[in-house]
Design a protein around this ligand. Structure first.
Ligand code: NAP
Length: 261
């Protein structure tokens, strides 16, 4: 039996697009579920169509609303199509979550130009395109919230993160500039910086099959455990909601204290 939605309407009436929503466990899927439970109507997109169809079906089965779309976030035309579909289906856009990303972690001397360019396109160019086309729609409806997924690797130096960290640092500062530019349209733009969150990406990067296998000493990660996708989704929910209507250009770490030392 499908789990029924149990929220308190914090996003009631809002229309949201979430990218990278297919992976399970994954941050985008968890954000989509949390938003739907709080009353948002969703477009969920991913390069993996069957995966994002499953995500949308789970939301529908729980009593929510979600439309799945295949989208390669690096393609400008795909963004134009996603926005057109959003407006056709729901008439407006309130919240954009640029979450899709990759992490093929290698040391600098082992990174070839193809790997570097792939990170830039999927993790950074996509966020520029997503923010731009979302803002153009949000301007028409009096404002909105853009939430861009960065990383702790966008704040501090991390081994094997030269390409990945460059993209996430770019997302961080680009988002602050977007916040400054778009404030006159009442569009807020903030970043989230997860630490070790248990998802398919984390499983791939760590080579572990269960979060309990991740050893995170408290001297490095003060809470001493990995986070779950829901921990990130809860912060995204706040930033998407009107509770955050005085919050823009901010960076929210969800990292168990990793970067506070
Ligand atoms: P994930 O489990 O790998 O999910 C990411 C999703 O994005 C996957 O479904 C992936 O599809 C999709 N995707 C990849 N390339 C795409 C493209 N070109 N167009 C559309 N979709 C594409 O990763 P996650 O851990 O949930 O990460 C979500 C975001 O959080 C990423 O931006 C990541 O950098 C960031 N983050 C994660 C962590 C962590 O510990 N998990 C920490 C810091 C930051 P495929 O699986 O088919 O590639």
């Amino acid at each position: 039996m499908a789990e029924q939605l149990a929220g308190s309407g914090r996003l009631a009436g809002k229309i949201a697009v979430v990218t990278g929503a297919a992976s399970n466990p994954g941050i985008g899927r968890s954000i989509a579920h949390r938003f739907a439970a709080e009353g948002a109507k969703l477009i969920v997109s991913d390069i993996d169509l069957p995966g994002v169809e499953r995500c949308a079906q789970e939301i529908l089965d729980a009593g929510g609303e979600a439309i799945p779309l295949r989208q390669d976030v690096t393609q400008e035309q795909a963004w134009i199509d996603v926005m057109a579909k959003t407006i056709e289906a729901y008439g407006r856009l309130d919240v954009m979550v640029n979450n899709a990303g990759i992490a093929e972690l290698k040391k600098m001397v082992d990174i070839d130009l193809q790997n570097w360019n792939r990170h830039i396109e999927i993790n950074l160019t996509s966020v520029f395109l997503g923010s731009k086309y979302a803002a153009l729609e949000m301007r028409k409806c009096g404002g909105g919230s853009i939430i861009n997924m960065s990383s702790v690797a966008g704040i501090i130096g991390t081994p094997a993160c030269v390409a990945y960290g460059a993209t996430k640092g770019g997302v961080r500062t680009m988002s602050k500039s977007i916040a400054v530019e778009e404030c006159e349209h009442d569009i807020r733009c903030n970043t989230i910086h997860p630490g070790f969150i248990w998802t398919n990406m984390q499983a791939r990067d760590s080579g572990k099959s269960d979060p309990s296998e991740l050893v995170l000493p408290r001297m490095h990660v003060p809470l001493g455990r990995p986070g779950m996708p829901e921990d990130v989704a809860n912060v995204a929910l706040f930033l998407a909601s009107d509770e955050a209507n005085y919050v823009t250009g901010a960076e929210y770490v969800v990292d168990a204290g990793l970067t506070c030392k």
